[in-house]
Design a protein around this ligand. Structure first.
Ligand code: SF4
Length: 703
């Protein structure tokens, strides 16, 4: 290690905990929580405190570029020059023959901001296609649209420090106790010190987060909007609303009021599976709050009506005037460490850098001028699932996959398998051989991992941190920035004459000048010397901005926040039927991360839940004579899995749960949850509906 101690940021979830890295006696590294860090104050969760195992164990790493000349040949070791010459030649010839939209890049919320920026510049600016999307599409794109529709721009308005200032929390569609553990620990500590604070959890499962709640509303999956509207109705009827804020700072309240007042508590109770008294109690708790924070994640976002769920929840903050003041506001939780950074640099097929819009001709012109290119294509790029559809149908010929494992993480895995098999050319740029997707690579590029490269990330509260390089990557692995620059230079593109990651960051920061997320006064020196900053940072002496909208001026043309009326109130997912009577919902477990390519190799993280288990309610289990430990076959119209059952009353009757992490580690793929999931997406955000797939359950009988 170059320095005896390095301060950096955890590479797992969007909480963004500070980590101190030191050298151990065997030349490896050790990690501990950074006590001076504003996010975690020294705490780390099980994943963070075991990060050093992932760094120190290089046995699975890709050490040099590997290439195959045709699908029937095995991959062989090649030099970087040969690898990138081939990539440039194949991409050029495919684009020449089939047009720019025949290629695409699929990247990750684990990429650093500079990598994200560069790949978007390369693809949108120079390859002349907008086919660049990210696995963050799978976790927060509905929240992005929800914020834009309500506040005029994609922005999380509050900070973690607001947690200790609030007295009422609504956790909905999230299990932060397992998925954002340090953030949850701060909430737990706040409640330990202030037992009177109230926590409401809305979730079909009685999770560890629900265990801390004063009120758990165990809803039927998909009924969230109906519940939020019933809460809104009660708030209005009881006068728990902020009339001044509504009058002066919002639009469209009348339409919202008319809509929710026309709803019925009894109907809501039936559709949500929650008693009228509990709905009213939730509303009364929220209505009496001095500081009200809503926290949500995939339970809202990963839905056929994900955007509408987001705006319906945001309406509760507007109706109570709980925005722009200490200890209040809506707070979407990002799953990945730099999902937020990806949003900032336009890391999705429909976005441009610095929150500019692809469908806005002025924005396209501004970005094109900044990058020194003639134009940005006006054609929307393909989103995550659309790219794999296009590969399967043959419309797209080549894909470059960076730092993500779509074979396990995208819905309907067997369709993804077909798509990758059908592609003419697949590039996989990753750190390890663990990702199942790498088996489909025609070109496998070894990338540097956490601690082996430098760059920046932004956590869930808009906090930007600098991650220094501490150690060299094994073998010939290069940083993603260097790989992208070398490829761009092979393609003879101007505009990629960067010598360092810092130079990429400087260009990106300059681009933010004058925008709502201005960080043009931020640089690596300030991040290294002064620590983390929450954007915007619109001045040299500016300390960053923990809280937005303190002046109640929103980013809409009228500067007022907007009450949105959902297009769909009831869930539009395919409903249970005689063939598939159960609703499958999927999610994370405490000690695993995504598709387990990192956490799966840490033995102590495998002890918590060593294999996937289907959670099933005792009443449902009784009807099929299923007991805990029995092997069951779960079948949807897309496929099946074979896993052990766990009978538990923590899940609602009619609903079953499977963790999303496991892939094809066995000699078959029968533990891969996404064999089952449907391909429905939200019509606006294009985020997949992972929380609602209809399935059947049968006890496995050995043939
Ligand atoms: Fe890392 Fe998230 Fe755990 Fe913090 S809470 S240590 S960021 S995984």
């Amino acid at each position: 290690m170059q320095n005896s101690e390095i301060k950096t940021t955890c590479s797992y979830c969007g909480v963004g905990c500070g980590i101190v890295v030191t050298q151990d006696s065997k030349n490896g590294v050790e990690v501990k929580g950074d006590e001076s860090h504003p996010v975690n104050k020294g705490m780390l969760c099980s994943k963070g405190m075991n990060l050093h195992y992932v760094v120190n164990d290089t046995s699975d790493r890709i050490l040099y570029p590997e290439m195959r000349w045709s699908k029937s040949h095995p991959k062989e070791r090649v030099s970087w020059d040969a690898a990138l010459d081939r990539a440039a030649a194949v991409f050029s010839s495919i684009i020449k023959k089939y047009g720019p939209d025949s290629v695409g890049f699929y990247v990750s919320g684990q990429c650093l901001t500079e990598e994200y920026y560069l790949v978007n510049k390369l693809v949108k600016g120079f390859l002349k296609t907008n086919n660049v999307d990210t696995n963050s599409r799978l976790c927060m794109s509905s929240a992005v649209v929800g914020y834009k529709k309500t506040f005029g721009e994609d922005c999380v308005p509050i900070a973690y420090d607001d947690i200790e200032l609030a007295d009422t929390f609504l956790i909905t569609g999230a299990n932060p106790a397992w998925c954002h553990p340090i953030l949850f620990r701060r909430l737990e500590q706040h409640k330990e010190k202030n037992p009177k604070i109230k926590i409401i959890v809305i979730d079909p499962r009685r999770t560890d987060s629900a265990a801390l709640a004063d009120l758990h509303l165990q809803i039927i999956p998909g009924s969230d909007i109906i519940l939020y509207h019933a809460i809104g109705k009660r708030l209005i009827e009881k006068g728990y609303i902020d009339n001044d804020f509504i009058k002066n700072n919002t639009e469209n309240f009348k339409a919202y009021k008319d809509l929710v007042l026309s709803s019925s508590f009894e109907k809501a109770s039936k559709l949500c599976g929650v008693s009228v008294s509990d709905i009213k109690l939730a509303a009364d708790i929220i209505g009496k709050a001095k500081g009200f924070i809503s926290l949500w994640a995939m339970g809202l976002n990963q839905s056929a009506i994900g955007v509408d769920k987001n705006t319906a929840l945001l309406n509760l903050s507007l109706v109570t005037g709980q925005v722009g003041k200490p200890g209040s506001g809506p707070f979407s939780l990002t799953g990945q460490p730099n999902a937020m950074g990806g949003r900032e640099v336009g890391g999705m097929a429909n976005l441009l850098a610095v929150h500019k819009e692809l469908n806005n001709p002025i924005h396209r012109k501004e970005v094109a001028e900044f990058w020194g290119v003639n134009e940005i294509s006006e054609k929307p790029g393909l989103t995550a699932t659309e790219m794999f559809d296009a590969l399967e149908s043959g419309k797209m010929k080549a894909i470059w996959i960076i730092c993500t494992n779509p074979l396990v993480s995208l819905p309907d895995s067997r369709r993804v398998e077909k798509a990758l098999a059908n592609a003419k050319f697949v590039v996989v740029q990753d750190i390890s051989h663990n990702a199942d997707t790498s088996k489909f690579a025609d070109l496998l590029l070894p990338a540097a991992g956490w601690l082996e490269k430098d760059g920046t990330m932004t956590n869930s509260e808009r906090r930007i941190s600098y991650l220094p390089k501490g150690i060299n990557a094994p073998g010939e692995a290069l940083s993603d920035v260097e790989i992208l620059i070398r490829f761009a230079q092979k393609m003879k593109f101007n505009g990629f004459n960067f010598n360092t990651t810092e130079e990429v960051y400087k260009e990106y920061c300059l681009m933010t000048k004058g925008t709502k997320m201005d960080i043009s006064f931020l640089n690596y020196n300030r991040l290294k010397n002064e620590g983390t900053f929450q954007w915007p940072v619109p001045d040299y002496g500016h300390p960053g901005t923990p809280r937005l909208f303190t002046d109640k001026k929103f980013y809409t043309p009228s500067q007022k926040a907007i009450f949105n009326i959902p297009t769909a109130i009831e869930n539009t997912s395919e409903q249970p039927n005689a063939q598939f009577p159960f609703i499958l919902t999927t999610g994370r477990i405490r000690d695993q991360w995504h598709t387990m390519t990192k956490t799966g190799k840490v033995s102590r993280l495998m002890t918590h839940i060593p294999s996937p288990m289907l959670e099933i309610n005792p009443i449902d289990a009784y009807k099929s004579a299923i007991h805990t430990g029995d092997i069951v076959v779960v079948t949807s119209k897309n496929g099946n899995v074979r896993v052990k059952a766990k009978v538990t009353d923590s899940i609602k009757e009619g609903v079953v749960f499977l963790p999303m992490h496991w892939g094809k580690q066995l000699d078959n793929d029968l533990n891969r949850t996404n064999n089952l999931t449907n391909t429905v997406v939200d019509p606006i955000s294009k985020e997949p509906d992972f929380k609602f797939t209809t399935v059947s359950i049968t006890k496995y009988v050995k043939p």
